[in-house]
Write a protein that binds this ligand. Structure first.
Ligand code: HEM
Ligand code: HEM
Length: 332
């Protein structure tokens, strides 16, 4: 009986952890702080349940039956994910080879989705109305309370020991290369090869090619913007970006949204009304962009995580579709 409740509580916490983790990448405003804190509390709530789940697992493992391998694989993934998350939070280790602890955290958590679904299908638990009793709701509150206490304790220890993790931004990212563009790591979603484009032959195509700009003409707009690039890989940097504001490039163009497309085919869509807040940058920190950071021109999208900052921009268009008419995370 108690085992059933533990498994159901674990299920609820796992779903909440996935949702808050993913939402923390989607929210750009100051709200992200609360999403990240909620994520930490829920994640540590899972740690709080570990002793109970250990008892269940030990009993289950003693009865060798099909589904054992799935259960063990799930345990390995979830434990790795949580250990990697806590290493990230402390800031003690910033990379394991080419991987960051945060990257390992997210990759193992995402891999755990399929394995977790298989585990639940192989070890089904049927919820009952009494699971929603007052007493059980109070118990759930106690788990979250313990998760919150754990979160506060962790934050307190980081601060008291002066660990690097105490200086994380509200998104959980570490400052890396602010004011020194060459200090920023080179990372991108989906297309892991840097595009080396020839600035002499490259052209920006605006409004289906109705206007085209070579790079020096874009640079002459001279619009500057101080903005923070916050990568989902777990680092951020504040820089002075220079180039052309999108409201100037799209002057007079009517539409619901702006589509910014890379030479790789990668694209992101923004509300048309955001044009004056977006910059197509040719320079950062007074120097031309490097290939790794999107030369000849990349998008600067303040308040959006790094995967919105399209690199190697080829075209900017307006469209009648609303900005949210796109996958929340880019797939191609
Ligand atoms: C943190 C995520 C979880 C991990 C690491 C995990 C791991 C395990 C392990 C290692 C076992 C013992 C292996 C076996 O029975 O052959 C087990 C058993 C079991 N798990 Fe999970 N599990 C997780 C979440 C869940 C969830 C969300 C549910 C259901 C909602 C669930 C339901 C069960 C059931 C019913 C058993 C069998 C218990 C028994 O027969 O004594 N588990 N789990
Ligand atoms: C099995 C699902 C997951 C679990 C159990 C989990 C658990 C945790 C835990 C325990 C922490 C450390 C909390 C803290 O003290 O701040 C954490 C941090 C973090 N997680 Fe997850 N997580 C899961 C999935 C995800 C996913 C899917 C994402 C993103 C797509 C994500 C993104 C993050 C980020 C960005 C941090 C760093 C927050 C910070 O630095 O304060 N997590 N997670």
């Amino acid at each position: 009986m108690a085992g059933r409740r533990t498994n159901l509580a674990l299920l609820a916490l796992l779903v909440l952890a996935f949702v808050t983790g993913l939402v923390s990448w989607l929210v750009g405003s100051a709200l992200v702080r609360w999403v990240v804190i909620a994520h930490g509390i829920v994640g540590l709530g899972i740690v709080v349940l570990a002793p109970w789940k250990r008892t269940i697992a030990r009993r289950g493992l003693a009865r060798r039956r099909p589904g054992r391998g799935t259960a063990i694989a799930l345990a390995v993934l979830i434990v790795s994910s949580i250990v990697a998350a806590i290493i990230h939070v402390t800031g003690i280790v910033r990379s394991v080879g080419t991987f960051s602890p945060l990257g390992i955290h997210v990759a193992t958590a995402v891999a755990a989705i399929a394995v977790g679904v298989a585990h639940i299908l192989q070890r089904p638990v049927r919820p009952r109305m009494t699971d929603l009793s007052r007493r059980n709701l109070l118990r759930s509150g106690a788990i979250l309370g313990a998760g919150a206490a754990g979160w506060l304790a962790l934050a307190g220890v980081l601060r008291a020991t002066g660990a690097r993790g105490a200086g994380r931004r509200m998104t959980g990212s570490f400052e890396t290369g602010s004011g020194v563009p060459t200090g920023m790591p080179v990372t991108q979603w989906l297309h892991d090869s840097v595009q080396e484009l020839d600035p002499a032959s490259w052209r920006l195509h605006v409004l289906d090619g109705a206007r085209t700009y070579p790079v020096d003409e874009l640079a002459r707009f001279g619009d500057t913007l101080r903005a923070t690039l916050d990568c989902t890989g777990g680092w951020f940097a504040e820089q002075e970006w220079r180039g052309a504001r999108l409201d100037r490039l799209l002057d007079g163009a009517v539409g619901e949204s702006i589509v910014v497309r890379s030479v790789t085919g990668y694209s992101r869509r923004f509300p048309r009304s955001d044009a004056s807040a977006l910059l197509l940058a040719t320079h950062v920190g007074g120097a031309p962009l490097s290939a790794g950071h999107g030369a000849p021109a990349r998008l600067v999208a303040p308040g959006h995580r790094g995967f919105w900052w399209v690199k190697w921009v080829a075209a900017i268009d307006v469209s009648d579709e609303p900005w949210w008419w796109q996958p929340p995370f880019p797939l191609t």
